[in-house]
Write a protein that binds this ligand. Structure first.
Ligand SMILES: [Zn+2]
Ligand SMILES: [Zn+2]
Length: 179
């Protein structure tokens, strides 16, 4: 066995624990049962519980035996748990990494969109198209960089004073013919 090669000195101790541990746990369980039976019999009108201390002995021996047993079986149990939890751990890690990535992407996307909407990124949302030559110009530009055409809504309506596109024939707001 591989175990023998790793720690040959611990094997007898472990084997002893595998016997002593369950034996202690079993003894503890017996004490616990005896104590409890005596306790409930006392409740049934058989006088004071005389073996009440057995409960405490059992409560002490049972976990002790359990601990010793777990030490005795520590190696195989640990290996088993490692094998059992490894894929789960990996899945959890992947899931978390995936979720984190998605979260970062969402945050980065929102941040980028915010920057673009704020005009810092110079994205397409902050651009306008020249009515004359169709070239793109920043929304805040007053004239087209290609042909010098005035950009934005610069033509006031004589009726409602709404500002319209420079080449608009009719008012966007009231439909009045623009000169
Ligand atoms: Zn232009
Ligand atoms: Zn108008």
């Amino acid at each position: 066995m591989l175990e023998k090669q790793i720690d040959p000195g611990h094997k007898p101790v472990r084997n002893a624990l595998r016997i002593v541990g369950p034996a202690l746990a079993l003894t503890g369980a017996v004490f616990l049962i005896v104590g409890l039976v005596d306790f409930f019999r006392a409740f049934g009108g058989h006088g004071a519980p005389t073996l009440f201390w057995c409960i405490f002995v059992g409560m002490f021996l049972l976990p002790l035996g359990g601990i010793l047993t777990s030490y005795g079986f520590m190696g195989p149990v640990m290996r088993y748990m490692a094998e059992e939890t490894a894929p789960v751990g990996k899945d959890t890690f992947n899931y978390m990494a995936h979720g984190t990535q998605a979260g970062i992407r969402t945050v980065a996307g929102a941040l980028g969109q915010g920057l673009r909407e704020g005009g810092l990124g110079g994205g397409s949302t902050a651009m306008v198209r020249c009515h004359k030559c169709n070239a793109l110009a920043p929304a805040e530009a007053k004239f087209c960089g290609q042909c010098g055409q005035p950009l934005g809504k610069t033509k006031p309506c004589p009726q409602c004073h709404e500002l319209n596109d420079p080449d608009a024939k009719f008012c966007d707001n009231c439909g009045h013919a623009l000169g």
